[in-house]
Ligand binder design. Structure first.
Ligand SMILES: Cc1cc2nc3c(=O)[nH]c(=O)nc-3n(C[C@H](O)[C@H](O)[C@H](O)COP(=O)(O)O)c2cc1C
Length: 244
């Protein structure tokens, strides 16, 4: 990851940079009706990745969110695995070293975000303990109802096709229900989704880190980030109209 990539992906305040088509514009129409331009929605892409697949998906999720007008911050959760486990896996070791400069997610990131997109490798059909450990620190924010009406989406990577991707995504969404968040999955709203075959969130199949996400996987990740922000913008525009 270059310094420029880091600057573009880890700090709020980015402007849309991609020439990807922007098919969904209802939120923009609503924005134009309002008297002054609203602040861009804050988007936190929060992920764990041991060997890089989820990290790559996170970049495309972030780009989709940015292209939908979001101000995007990409952060990773803290590594909690014992050093000897990391040392024993060259790819894990290299990825941790290469992404050292990506900021560690904080409660402040979570609190500030209007949209949270959460990414985790599939671990025995479930969320990685690293991401779950971070989520488990959200109790005080949950107690303050801080998550109510925030928009959420999720992404994952597994070694094998259907090796638990959907259960992992649904595990994340179970948490979102407890938080009172609004789940915005990609569904089959884009042709790429018929190729990924996963309406629950973005995903890739890595063959244990041997296969990077395909163009279709990355497009699915872009759609996931884009749609979450587009829907969040429409909700925000509706709230402004209603004075809610
Ligand atoms: C402890 C552990 C459990 C895993 N469980 C599954 C699983 O249930 N199904 C599967 O297909 N892959 C499983 N995998 C493989 C990872 O999900 C897969 O390699 C993924 O692409 C890793 O993402 P990352 O490169 O972002 O770390 C597991 C890997 C580990 C280390």
């Amino acid at each position: 990851m270059t310094d420029e990539d880091l600057r573009r992906t880890t700090y709020y305040g980015d402007r849309p940079t991609s020439s990807q088509p922007r098919p969904e514009r209802a939120g923009e129409r609503a924005d134009r009706r309002s008297e002054s331009a609203p602040e861009p929605l804050k988007v936190a892409v929060i992920y764990y990745s041991a060997t890089g697949s989820v990290h790559e998906l996170a970049q495309s999720v972030a780009q989709g969110a940015r292209d939908a007008g979001g101000s995007v911050r990409v952060v990773r959760v803290r590594e909690t695995a014992p050093p000897e486990a990391i040392e024993a896996n060259a790819q894990w070791r290299a990825h941790l070293r290469d992404t050292h400069a990506v900021p560690i997610a904080s409660l402040g990131d979570v609190e500030a975000a209007d949209v949270l997109v959460l990414g985790s490798p599939t671990r025995f059909g479930h969320v990685s303990s690293q991401l779950q450990a971070f989520i488990d620190t959200w109790g005080p924010l949950w107690g303050d109802n801080a998550f109510a009406d925030k928009v959420f989406a999720a992404f994952t990577s597994s070694a094998t096709r259907h090796g638990g991707q959907e259960t992992t995504l649904m595990s994340i969404y179970t948490t979102v229900c407890h938080l009172g968040g609004i789940i915005v999955p990609p569904g089959y709203t884009d042709p790429a989704q018929f190729a990924t075959g996963n309406p629950y969130g973005a995903s890739s199949t890595s063959d244990n880190g041997q296969r990077p996400p395909t163009e279709e996987d990355l497009r699915g990740a872009w759609v996931t980030g884009h749609r979450a922000v587009r829907v969040a913008r429409e909700l925000a525009a509706g709230r402004r109209v209603l004075g809610a």
